[in-house]
Ligand binder design. Structure first.
Ligand code: NAG
Ligand code: NAG
Ligand code: NAG
Ligand code: NAG
Length: 630
């Protein structure tokens, strides 16, 4: 059987269509949360679906004033023609423009609104149905150019909700809504898993150009994230299969490998010239294998190098999109060519390729992720990314997938997010004097959490109080206690352990936190009060000296004579008598002990020796033995 080009296209279209239909149930709309904050009567949360173009503010939110234009309500024409502008005055809320669905592409409406100064666009559905994802129009060259320049976010809302908004606006109410993308991506832990459904085909128009630009731009960020262990990236490639009845047709043979199992559309849509779909499938398979081999050697990020180098060195335009060129790239990246070839297997074999089979299975949606039908598709934490595939917004989407406070530094740079801690310290506790704060900037906002500084954990609610705790706490800002040094003497009120945190040291009185005052021991008659004593207060202590040649004994707080007194002499005599007595007693005891030891040992030795040497008392026994021998 021979199929002609157009009929085959129709036919491939049918495959795609049936694929799409069979997966209708799994088509997910990524919703951002939309809430009306005024007027009161329509306050609440509503569903909305993020458009697949423009830049949704992943991780961010936006509050704006909703405007429904008097003319050009579908937004298919430029607002300039009607003298309408959506530019908000300085200090006013940004303008969110409400437009009706219909008559022209979603993207065109959003583009027109953006040009007139809108900050975001809500598109009201014109029919009662479940929300769909607004996709970019089919690439038709020049007309689609503006899509690249759409930077504002857009969302589709249900018809009923659109009518509510319109009636409130027409009734003269000020309608404010809040668009919140902070929960658009799940953020369960400190690692983000993301996958890019891509294609090695570099000649498919606007979408291929966008994809290639994205891969080139995003490479460095992707590699930093991957090497730091912050992300786990997996590339994916879509393939289709040729229905069984047609596997031996010329078309299937030129578009497919492995006997019609894995196919890609012809890059030029012309079967007779240039590259075939088959070439694309083979290169896609090679890129999958590059990733697999690189991942096995724990260097998954080499995939980004390969893909960007391949784009540059082996473009279809220069007729270098082939194995020879690919192998050169593989060699220059130091990858194991043999392993990659082994992984690719034989494209002519009439059998499954395990890797491509896995890819086909992965295309089917699971969990919260729908089927992958649009190329390119980015999936972050198993949620489909919506919006323009562009470095900045993709980074935002990935950054919003980290559990709060675990995001890498790249997510906290000022061109990706604002540092909420700079403004009023984020409302968190801080100790300005010690330059310590509980405010921790995160991608989605900020958290107030008592810090860990030099191994010392601060404890408290993070908003009003934080206190250093545990051993070592005195190292930091002296544990918040009083301390002072004067003339080389330093005193601190900080206690490292125990329940009391700040306590004035001996010689001081006070609360221990703000102040400790020296106690004047002399004035308060606390020490140095004997008749011969003369007291002089010092900082933190006192100095006591005795009159004449007496010596001050601090422990007893009294003065004694330096030379021995008569009393002292008799004491010495008594001491000597006692000592001599003791020595004598000890000597006697020693003698007695010695004697006893000796007599004990004597008897012991005797008993032992008796077993070996004939002693007087045992002569008889020995003789007996001798007699027996004789
Ligand atoms: C889009 O932006 C680029 C530069 O930013 C500009 O050159 C181009 O003309 C713009 N395209 C449209 C349709 O406005
Ligand atoms: C890449 O390697 C990691 C472990 O090193 C593994 O967990 C992951 O599943 C691998 N990815 C693929 C697609 O094989
Ligand atoms: C406070 O500490 C931060 C870093 O922790 C530092 O960047 C800043 O310069 C410090 N400010 C002062 C006044 O010491
Ligand atoms: C106490 O007084 C003596 C004698 O006046 C002096 O030598 C000593 O340095 C003083 N000590 C202090 C702590 O002032």
């Amino acid at each position: 059987m021979k199929l002609r080009g157009p009929s085959f296209c129709l036919f491939l279209g049918f495959i795609l269509l049936s694929f799409a239909l069979s997966s209708m149930a799994k088509f997910m709309v990524e919703k951002n949360s939309l809430s009306v904050t005024s007027p009161e009567k329509i306050k609440g949360n509503y569903d909305s679906a993020i458009g697949n173009f423009g830049i949704p503010q992943y991780g961010g939110s936006m509050t704006g004033n909703v405007v429904f234009p008097k003319d050009n309500q579908r937004g298919c024409k430029e607002f300039d023609e009607y003298g309408i502008s959506f530019k908000s005055k300085p200090g006013a809320l940004p303008t969110i423009v409400l437009l009706d669905r219909g008559h022209c592409f979603f993207a065109l409406k959003v583009w027109n609104a953006q040009k007139a100064g809108a900050s975001a666009v809500l598109l009201a559905d014109d029919r009662k149905e479940k929300l769909i994802t607004m996709d970019t129009p089919k690439e038709d060259g020049s007309n689609a150019k503006y899509i690249e320049n759409i930077t504002i976010p857009s969302a589709l809302i249900e018809k009923r909700f659109g009518e509510k908004l319109k009636s409130a606006i027409n009734g003269g109410d000020m309608v404010n809504i809040n668009l919140d993308w902070r929960e658009a991506v799940p953020h369960p832990d400190d690692r983000v898993e993301y996958e890019l459904w891509t294609n090695s085909n570099d000649e498919c128009g606007v979408k291929c150009d966008m994809l290639m630009r994205f891969v080139k731009d995003f490479k460095s960020s992707a590699q930093v994230l991957e090497k730091g262990g912050y992300t786990q990236f997996t590339p994916h490639y879509i393939t289709w299969y040729c229905p069984h009845a047609f596997t031996s047709s010329k078309q299937c043979k030129s578009q497919c490998i492995n006997h019609g199992r894995y196919c890609a559309p012809d890059p030029e849509k012309d079967f007779s010239s240039g590259y075939d779909g088959k070439d694309v499938v083979i290169e896609n398979l090679r890129q999958l294998c590059v990733f697999k081999v690189a991942n096995e050697t724990k260097k998954p990020s080499v995939w980004w190098d390969y893909v960007t180098d391949f784009q540059i060195r082996c473009p279809m335009k220069e007729k270098k999109y082939n194995k020879e060129c690919a192998d050169a790239v593989i060699n220059s990246l130091g990858l194991d060519l043999k392993k990659i070839e082994k992984c690719m297997g034989d494209p002519n074999a009439d059998s499954e390729n395990p890797l491509l089979k896995e890819e086909q299975n992965a295309q089917v949606g699971k969990g919260a992720r729908g089927d992958v039908t649009i190329l390119p598709t980015l999936v972050v934490n198993n949620r489909q990314y919506r919006g323009k595939l562009e470095k900045g917004s993709v980074l935002k989407a990935i950054c919003s997938g980290f559990e709060e406070t675990t995001e890498p530094a790249v997510c906290l740079s000022s061109d990706v997010e604002t540092n909420e801690c700079l403004d009023n310290n984020g409302g968190c506790w801080q100790d300005k004097a010690a330059n310590i704060t509980a405010c921790k900037d995160t991608f989605r906002g900020r958290v107030c959490k008592c810090p860990l500084i030099d191994g010392v954990q601060f404890k408290g609610d993070g908003y009003k109080t934080c206190e250093a705790s545990g051993s070592g706490r005195c190292k930091i800002n002296n544990g918040g206690c009083w301390h002072e040094a004067r003339n080389g003497h330093a005193f601190t009120a900080c206690l490292d352990n125990g329940k009391v945190k700040c306590q004035c040291p001996p010689g001081f009185k006070g609360d221990g936190v703000k102040s400790c005052e020296d106690i004047d021991e002399c004035k308060e008659k606390k020490a140095c009060q004997c008749p011969e004593c003369s007291c002089k207060n010092t900082w933190g202590s006192y100095n006591c000296s005795c009159s004449r040649d007496l010596l001050y004994i601090k422990d007893h707080d009294t003065c004694i004579s330096k030379t021995a007194s008569p009393q002292g002499k008799s004491a010495w005599a008594a001491f000597w008598v006692l000592l001599v007595g003791l020595v004598m007693a000890a000597g006697g005891a020693y003698l007695v002990y010695n004697y006893r030891i000796r007599s004990y040992m004597d008897s012991e030795i005797r008993a032992i020796m008796a077993q070996y040497i004939p002693l007087d008392s045992q002569e008889g026994v020995v003789n007996q033995v001798n007699e027996e021998r004789a």
